[in-house]
Design a protein around this ligand. Structure first.
Ligand SMILES: [Cu+2]
Length: 283
């Protein structure tokens, strides 16, 4: 059997076991801390087990909210006073690069759970390529753990990586809505600049024009959409996204810098069905 046939089977085997919501051996207070979350993977070193959680039990391309706990291997207690950083890395044939991310900090109202975000802009078709290094400090002592992780391709394009007309590389990722409804949805999008292979700062005060369309239904649009503007409260771009029916939508975007110059994307017209900068959603 060739490796490319074995790998998908392995991947399926790993996920079919890792998605179980099995907290039987935890105490009830420890379980309530992770209510609604399912484990993605454990990273282990000599002293600790880092438990990685999300609501979907897997990493997908696009914006991921990731929660974690640190378990002391000697006492089996969860650490409540850690300072954390992490570095996602993708190994490609000729180079390696990271991605936009926010270090985990203590989750609101939690004792043992830390929460951050990672925006995977790409993955290999078999989910391979990525590793995650977590460095953390407890009581003044530095620790580190690193392992390969699996990142699956999301069905819809919820992230776009491109070079703008200013020759800079940008990443645009959809954060909300996670569960779209018929009617008005708050659209939340992160915009990041790829300064180099390791640095992806948030881009501030640009604008993304928004034109949602249904390609399967004569490319019709919807009323009451607004353009995405920057919000300093969460460093994200917000807009009203109007979805008049269920189905497949293309969110056509144009990225404009502070001088109102178009860095990427085109208007949708009779002659142009779709912008070269877009996100997809289906519900
Ligand atoms: Cu890559």
């Amino acid at each position: 059997m060739k490796l490319k046939y074995i790998l998908p089977i392995l991947v399926i085997a790993i996920f079919s076991t890792s998605c179980s919501d099995d907290n039987d051996d935890d105490f009830s207070t420890e379980t309530s801390e992770i209510e609604g979350l399912t484990i993605i993977q454990e990273l282990s070193n000599d002293t600790h087990i880092i438990e990685l959680y999300s609501t979907s039990c897997m990493f997908y391309t696009g914006y991921n909210t990731v929660s974690l706990r640190i378990k002391d291997k000697t006492t089996n207690a969860f650490i409540e006073n850690a300072t954390l950083g992490w570095t996602p890395m993708m190994q490609m044939p000729t180079m390696q690069h990271s991605c936009p991310n926010m270090n985990p900090t203590k989750a609101a109202g939690k004792e043992t759970v830390y929460k951050g975000s990672i925006v995977y802009q790409m993955t290999n078709t078999d989910g391979s390529g990525w590793s995650l290094m977590v460095d953390y400090t407890i009581d003044g002592i530095d620790y580190m753990v690193s392992d390969t992780i699996t990142v699956l391709q999301n069905d819809d394009q919820n992230v776009s990586s491109f070079i703008g007309s200013d020759a800079s590389r940008y990443i645009v990722a959809m954060v909300e809505p996670k569960s779209p409804i018929i009617g008005n949805n708050e659209l939340v999008v992160g915009v990041y600049k790829m300064e180099n292979m390791m640095s992806f700062p948030v881009v501030e005060n640009f604008i993304l024009t928004l034109d949602p369309r249904m390609p399967g239904m004569g490319n019709h649009s919807s009323p009451n959409n607004t353009d995405l503007t920057y919000n300093t409260a969460d460093n994200m771009y917000h807009a009203n996204l109007s979805l008049t029916m269920t189905g497949y939508w293309v969110l056509n975007l144009k990225l404009m810098n502070v001088q109102d110059e178009v860095l990427k994307g085109e208007d949708v017209t009779d002659a142009n069905d779709q912008s070269s900068l877009y996100l997809e959603l289906e519900f």
